[in-house]
Design a protein. Structure first.
Length: 599
């Protein structure tokens, strides 16, 4: 039996499981693991500036391509606690990442050693497994189990904590006979598929709600095939955006409180049946459940058994991997078509298409300072169909969901449930590391951008080019909006005047008085390129220039766009019927960003 250090065995297993890239920061307690990575040489390492950033990079890496599992590495103590936000984000959105931390020697774990913390207990609520390996011989099994859990059932993150003496100990391990543990995923039965399809065929105005589980299962083609066979419109969730191209005739728009379309909400309210596949019925999608559920039946398909009935009880539930369920659904639908038993839904499809053609909000504004709608109008003009957008939370993400267009799975990478500020930069870097040929465009408000702005240096150092659009109103509009319920405008004054707002280049306008941080100067100081736009007619030119600079210099390029300082989202409109919806849509077509809600 081959003898090697446990750290070497762990790195070898990573390679055998298909890992190619790790993001992290070395340190005393994890240095044996780093020495093993150096000796083996099969895993590229990207040096983050913050361990939370490394965890978000790992998530962006995973989400950029099917089968990827991102890895983040850090030393003991605060490195592990810094990863918790990233683990929470990955757990909430069903994204597999592997966090590896160093730890004090086993004999010192209960003696208040420097940077010794029970990270496994801290991480347990936000992982599928969090384990401190106390015996060197357990290392191969722990890593095999980690990959088994990350890939089985509902995907999610795992943390493995390695005491330094465990890493250094010699163990028996034969990499030539290593075998991955089998992956378990529940599969819909034929009878379940027949029942679900027959329930859909009994409806007059059915919809399919396509969730992120379809993207995780790499099953978007099957979804489109099913929709086309049945001639049923599709509503993607925010996490499922891209499962069907936005310009497909059956793409009916998104639904909900924030990242929604007028026509999507109207179509949902007009429907009488919903088949949800790989979705969670998250509250930003459903709004008020009484309105969302009224007058329609639901079938829910999800890989996680406890997800069925968690938010509301469907009329029928199926526990299944999305791809396995769609394969069954397509087979049944094909048989029903061959038997001539499909329902003619052409009238319903045309109604949905009419709403999609006519129920739009105005985007073309020439105002200075710039209105946000104009930014997304210009982004749609400049960026190609294959653009991969990265965003996390805030007014920028909400407006992006309302106005941008997505045409392929994994081309909208968004932190859906956790929504931590600062996620966007590292996630974008991870996505570029996974696929350097992709046309990546990140979207942030100024506060999200400032949270982990230091990670731009990673993009400069490791030549990870992308375009980062920063819509800067220096206003914290979404937070201010939430404060209205408390009749306050407190601790949200982001701008300040105590810096020199001189032009950084003769061709660059200075940042306006009171807007605070000069993001152009900071980005350039971190080794990137940056542009600033203050006039709407120059947005498109700046976006084109940014893409050229990114390709030429192989670094992130920041485009800071100075926006008007107003809150941009109306959050309180209640819509109870399609007539009321359409009346408001027709009378408010020129309103800045009137939202129509299912609440």
């Amino acid at each position: 039996m081959a003898k090697m250090r446990a750290a070497d065995a762990a790195v070898k297993i990573l390679e055998l499981e298909g890992a190619t890239t790790a993001f992290g920061l070395p340190g005393a307690a994890i240095n044996p693991f780093y020495a093993a990575m150096r000796n083996h040489g099969g895993i590229r390492h990207v040096l983050a500036r913050h361990v939370e950033g490394a965890s978000h990079m790992a998530e962006g890496f995973t989400r950029a391509a099917p089968g990827n599992i991102g890895i983040c590495i850090g030393t003991s103590g605060p490195a592990g606690t810094d990863m918790i936000t990233g683990l929470y984000s990955a757990m909430a959105d069903s994204i597999p990442i592997l966090a590896i931390t160093g730890q004090a020697p086993v004999a010192r774990l209960h003696k208040e050693d420097f940077q010794a913390v029970d990270i496994a207990s801290i991480a347990a609520p936000v992982t599928k497994m969090a384990m401190t390996v106390l015996e060197p011989a357990q290392v191969p099994g722990a890593f095999a189990q980690a990959f088994h859990l990350m890939r089985s059932g509902r995907p999610g993150p795992v943390l493995i904590d390695l005491p330094i003496d465990v890493q250094l100990a010699e163990i028996d391990f034969d990499p030539d006979t290593y075998q991955s543990l089998p992956v378990h995923k529940p599969v819909a039965s034929r009878a379940q598929a027949e029942k679900a399809i027959d329930m859909l065929l009994g409806a007059e105005r059915p919809l399919i709600v396509a969730g992120g589980g379809i993207i995780n299962a790499d099953a978007s083609d099957l979804l489109v095939q099913l929709a086309e066979i049945l001639d049923v419109p599709v509503i993607p969730t925010l996490m499922g955006w891209g499962t069907i191209p936005d310009d497909h005739r059956l793409a009916a728009g998104m639904v909900g409180l924030q990242t929604a379309h007028r026509y999507g909400n109207a179509t949902m309210l007009a429907s009488d049946f919903v088949l949800g596949i790989g979705n969670r019925w998250a509250n930003r999608h459903t709004g008020g459940l009484e309105t969302y559920r009224k007058g329609r039946k639901f079938v829910h398909v999800d890989i996680e058994p406890t997800q069925i009935g968690r938010v509301f009880a469907p009329d029928y539930g199926i526990i299944s991997d999305a791809k396995a369920a769609l394969e069954q659904f397509v087979a049944v639908a094909e048989e029903r078509r061959a038997a001539g038993s499909l329902r003619d839904l052409s009238g319903w499809v045309e109604d949905c298409a009419t709403r999609k053609r006519t129920m739009h909000r105005r985007t073309h504004f020439d105002n200075v300072p710039i209105k946000p709608q104009r930014v997304y109008e210009e982004m749609n003009k400049v960026f190609d169909r294959d653009t991969r957008y990265i965003s996390t939370i805030g007014l920028s993400q909400i407006a992006g969901g309302q106005f941008l267009h997505v045409y392929s799975p994994r081309n909208w990478i968004n932190c859906g449930q956790a929504g931590p500020l600062g996620w966007t930069i590292p996630a974008a870097l991870g996505a570029v590391a996974a696929d350097p040929t992709a046309n990546v465009v990140a979207l942030s408000g100024d506060y999200d951008f400032q949270f982990m702005i230091e990670e731009l240096a990673v993009g400069a150092q490791f030549n990870l080019p992308y375009v980062h659009v920063v819509v800067n109103n220096s206003y914290l509009g979404l937070i201010r909006q939430a404060q209205r319920a408390f009749d306050m405008d407190f601790c949200v004054q982001l701008g300040f005047d105590n810096i020199n707002h001189q032009d950084t280049l003769d061709t660059q306008p200075g940042i306006p008085k009171g807007y605070g941080v000069d993001h152009v100067q900071v980005a350039e100081g971190l080794g990137c390129k940056a542009l600033r736009v203050t006039e709407p007619e120059l947005i498109g030119e700046a976006l084109v220039r940014a893409r050229t600079l990114a390709n030429e210099h192989k670094v992130p390029v920041v485009v800071e766009i100075i926006l008007e300082r107003v809150t941009n989202i109306s959050m309180g409109t209640e819509i109870d019927n399609v007539g009321e919806f359409e009346e408001l849509a027709n009378t408010s077509a020129d309103a800045p960003t009137a939202l129509l809600l299912l609440d």
